[in-house]
Design a protein around this ligand. Structure first.
Ligand code: C5P
Length: 276
């Protein structure tokens, strides 16, 4: 039996540069990963079985076609695997929330299957398989801070933010990534910097924020509350939203912010973590 963590992904910055003829957008982003998230457990079994447990299991219940089942099919087709497996997804991250929950689950499934069937992880066949499942899946497979270009699938790892305390907050609204990209105003506001990732993030932006705010106005409340907390280095929306994050100078300040926000908005989802 193999258990793989599916850590939450955040976009420290996300610049949208152009619409592409294939329906995707050319982006420049800085991916970072939390130490916490979902988990995927895989074991060989007499017949295929897929179970979802955890706090957000109900949100996915009844959907036969999700990113994990698609990933299992893609992996088996790619490597010609005939056996059956029992797969359990422990769902802690909210659905459709800009922190790559589904992509992280897909990447964790690929890692677990690759380990189980003795396939190398740093191999372009597995990376191609990841990219065929979703734009963020290659970044989640890599699982470390990286600049992403193209549709987010061309990656350049970078060091410099590991260990930073982070708080994720979601106002309880699911937002469709495709709808947010469609609502982008089409204005290229310029490239994302390179080099030191925190510096690049601080002078960077999330170009999807305005589009997401138009769809889910409560994102503004989250951003204002996060930005008002003491010792915040950076507060921003992640991906296409609605989850926002704040990086803190220390873990005590992060936990104080968590408690403060929980007291004001007990209905909002929050996760305290540390950047990997
Ligand atoms: O690649 P993935 O299936 O996760 O993307 C979901 C949707 O988000 C795409 O169908 C597309 O509408 C939008 N998208 C985009 N440009 C990107 C990534 C995603 O337009 N770079």
């Amino acid at each position: 039996m193999i258990t793989e963590l599916a850590p939450a992904k955040i976009n420290l910055a996300l610049h949208v540069r152009a619409r592409r003829p294939d329906g995707y957008h050319e982006i420049e982003t800085l991916f970072a990963f939390c130490r916490d998230g979902d988990a995927v457990t895989v074991a060989k079994a007499p017949r295929d079985r897929f179970t979802i447990v955890g706090p957000f299991a109900d949100a996915l219940a009844g959907e036969d076609d999700n990113l994990v089942t698609r990933t299992i099919a893609a992996f088996k087709a790619t490597y010609g695997i005939r056996g059956s497996q029992e797969v359990t997804l422990d769902k802690h991250l909210p659905i459709a929330s800009g922190i790559g929950g589904g992509s992280a689950d897909a990447a964790a499934t690929l890692r677990a299957f690759a380990t189980m069937y003795g396939k190398p992880l740093d191999n372009h066949v597995l990376q191609m398989c990841a990219a065929s499942i979703g734009s963020d899946v290659p970044a989640c497979l890599l699982g470390r801070t990286a600049y992403g270009t193209g549709r987010g699938d061309r990656l350049n790892p970078v060091d410099g933010v590991t260990g930073m305390p982070v708080l994720l907050v979601n106002p309880g609204v699911a937002v469709s990534t495709a709808a947010v990209f469609r609502a982008w105003d089409g204005i290229d506001r310029g490239p994302l910097g390179s080099g030191d990732p925190l510096q690049a993030a601080l002078v960077g932006r999330n170009d999807l924020q305005a589009a997401a705010l138009a769809i889910a106005p409560s994102i503004r409340d989250v951003l204002e509350l996060l930005a008002a907390q003491p010792c915040v280095t950076l507060a921003r929306m992640s991906g296409s939203g609605a989850t926002c994050f704040a990086l803190f100078e220390n873990a005590v300040a992060r936990s104080a912010a968590h408690a403060q926000i929980a007291a004001i908005r007990p209905d909002w989802w929050q996760m305290e973590s540390t950047l990997a």
